[in-house]
Design a protein around this ligand. Structure first.
Ligand SMILES: NC(=O)c1ccc[n+]([C@@H]2O[C@H](COP(=O)([O-])OP(=O)(O)OC[C@H]3O[C@@H](n4cnc5c(N)ncnc54)[C@H](O)[C@@H]3O)[C@@H](O)[C@H]2O)c1
Length: 323
């Protein structure tokens, strides 16, 4: 069987992560690279292989599947172009910025001939896969979720709302997608936000109710600190608390006493601990087996819908209901 030829657009941090993983995957081959900064294309080619392309058009001529690894605001245009060239597409998060662009890309993705997968890597992280398994055996009542950053300075564009679409699109969207993955579809939410350090809303408190009766609180700050765990989910069940700390530990406490069991992935390689290896493998599985990927364009759309709903709730002061 011939290898799936991978073309990477945007050879910065995450483009290199995926490139490194695919250069070690026997079912795939890094065949083409393109970055608007030519030195970055050349530097990546030296490390992960692949033809150095001078344009997107040239890249499309030398690959079967395209990874969109450019800054947020460019995803829709590049992913649309790739679908229209008949390519399988892996689009980094966020799927799009704004509901109109998200809807347009959803239609494009669903009308395309290939696989369209969105880069919500955390779904594959062992800690979150384990949480989902445990929640499948128990009935969760409520949760408290936190997703913080220490700064919006690295890379520099993370603090530029014209590039990111806003902090919720850049960071928080990861655990917004995770809420749907773990707890189901959302019925309604209320949200409060404020602005402190950056020229955009940078602190958020959200209360979410799910269609199945589950509810949670969600706090997200963009300039708190990188205190571990900057990402945490605490789920409360009947005489049970399950706590995740970043993608390293899961603590499961059961019964009437303060007993707990700790699972750790601290010694697992980061690319596997964060789910990148598994999501890249899932993309190739979907292509070769002609099946839907685990994170679809519709999932991408719903994460954008959630971000937009929180911004709308803060702006209007209204409770937002979902269809
Ligand atoms: N899933 C994750 O955990 C994760 C982690 C990091 C980044 N991301 C996402 O991946 C994307 C890239 O982030 P990054 O940290 O790699 O950024 P980066 O700045 O390190 O790399 C982006 C690269 O894209 C290039 N680029 C910009 N516009 C381009 C265009 N139109 N065509 C071709 N190349 C272009 C830039 O020159 C740069 O080299 C962002 O959307 C980010 O949100 C996801």
């Amino acid at each position: 069987m011939s290898k799936v030829r991978i073309g990477i657009i945007g050879t910065g941090y995450i483009g290199n992560v995926h490139g490194r993983i695919y250069s070690g995957d026997e079912r795939a081959e890094v065949s083409a690279l393109f970055d608007i900064v030519p030195e970055r294309t050349e530097a990546a080619a030296r490390k992960i292989g692949g033809r150095v392309c001078g344009s997107r058009k040239e890249l499309f001529e030398h690959c079967d599947a395209v990874l969109v690894c450019t800054p947020n605001k460019t995803h829709v245009e590049i992913a649309t172009d790739a679908v229209s060239h008949g390519k399988h597409v892996f689009c980094e998060k966020p799927f799009a910025i704004g509901i109109d662009d998200a809807r347009a890309l959803l239609e494009t993705a669903e009308s395309g001939s290939g696989v369209f997968q969105v880069g919500h890597n955390r779904r594959y992280a062992p800690v979150y896969a384990k949480l989902k398994e445990l929640l499948g055996e128990d009935k969760a009542h409520s949760a408290h979720i936190k997703m913080n950053r220490g700064e919006l300075k690295n890379p520099v564009w993370t603090g530029d709302v014209n590039v990111t679409g806003g902090f919720l699109y850049e960071t928080t969207i990861h655990l917004f997608d995770m809420m749907r993955f773990q707890f189901g579809e959302i019925e309604e939410l209320v949200a409060y936000g404020s602005q402190h350090e950056y020229p955009e809303l940078d602190e958020f408190s959200v209360i979410v109710k799910f269609k199945n009766g589950f509810h949670c609180t969600f706090a997200s700050s963009s300039d708190a600190s990188w205190l571990f765990p900057f990402e945490r989910i605490e789920v409360f069940c009947h005489h049970r608390t399950i706590l995740t700390q970043e993608m390293e530990h899961l603590i499961d406490s059961r019964g009437w006493d303060a007993n707990f069991e700790t699972l750790s992935w601290a010694m697992t390689e980061k690319e596997e601990r964060w789910g990148y290896v598994q999501e890249d493998r899932a993309f190739i599985d979907a292509i070769l087996e002609e099946k839907a990927p685990p994170v679809t364009a519709l999932d991408g759309f719903k994460s954008v819908e959630l971000v937009e709903s929180v911004y709308e709730a803060i702006k209007s002061g209204n409770r937002i209901r979902f269809e």
